[in-house]
Design a protein around this ligand. Structure first.
Ligand code: PRP
Ligand code: GUN
Ligand code: MG
Length: 169
């Protein structure tokens, strides 16, 4: 989990309940848009690690049983981040990506999707959240957030005590 790299004025804190609701909404948005019979999708590939949670929900909603992952690690250089593929899904299952849904939790700069799209040009790329710079790289997303927003996912957070607004009683 990369620490916020750019000055991010805003935080967008997502609960488990909200990521579940938004992932379900993405599933409904994707339903019937695949190349298969009745618009079905052949398989789902989750981009690790953030894409695995939405992918599980979408696979369950759309009845997709072929689910695999592509492991991608973003490096943070002084100048720019780049994404490196650590492991790939089963080539028999994925081929050029035809009928495959590639799922991630969010697209920010688009660097991750750019790399994966190069491998599977025929796949359909979907994320739950998108920032403006990454929007050209994604085919379907649910909620747009501003470029200066850092999205906090439930797996990155814990419930904690906060002081009363008016200080100690
Ligand atoms: O559009 P980009 O600028 O490439 O950023 C988007 C990617 O960054 C986050 O993953 P991260 O690299 O933090 O790894 P993780 O999902 O394993 O936590 C997020 O889950 C996306 O995969
Ligand atoms: N958690 C999280 N990871 C990111 N990676 C790139 N942008 C983001 C973001 O806004 N939130
Ligand atoms: Mg990720």
């Amino acid at each position: 989990m990369a620490a916020p790299q750019l000055p991010h004025e805003k935080g967008f804190h997502i609960s488990w309940d909200q990521i579940h609701r938004d992932s379900r909404a993405l599933a409904w948005r994707l339903d019937g848009r695949g190349p298969g019979q009745d618009g079905t999708w052949k398989a789902i590939v989750a981009i690790t690690r953030g894409g695995m949670a939405p992918a599980m929900i979408i696979a369950r909603e759309l009845g997709v049983r072929l689910v695999d992952t592509i492991s991608v690690k973003s490096y943070d250089h002084q100048t720019q981040g780049e994404a490196q593929v650590l492991s790939k899904p089963d080539p028999e299952m994925v081929g050029d990506g035809t009928g495959v849904l590639v799922i991630d939790d969010l697209v920010d700069t688009g660097k991750t999707l750019e790399v994966v799209r190069g491998l599977y040009p025929q796949a359909h790329f979907a994320t739950v959240y998108a920032k403006p710079k990454g929007e050209p790289l994604v085919d379907t997303f649910i909620t747009g957030v501003s470029q200066d927003t850092w999205i906090f996912f439930p797996w990155d957070m814990a419930l904690q005590y906060v002081e009363p607004y008016r200080g100690k009683d």
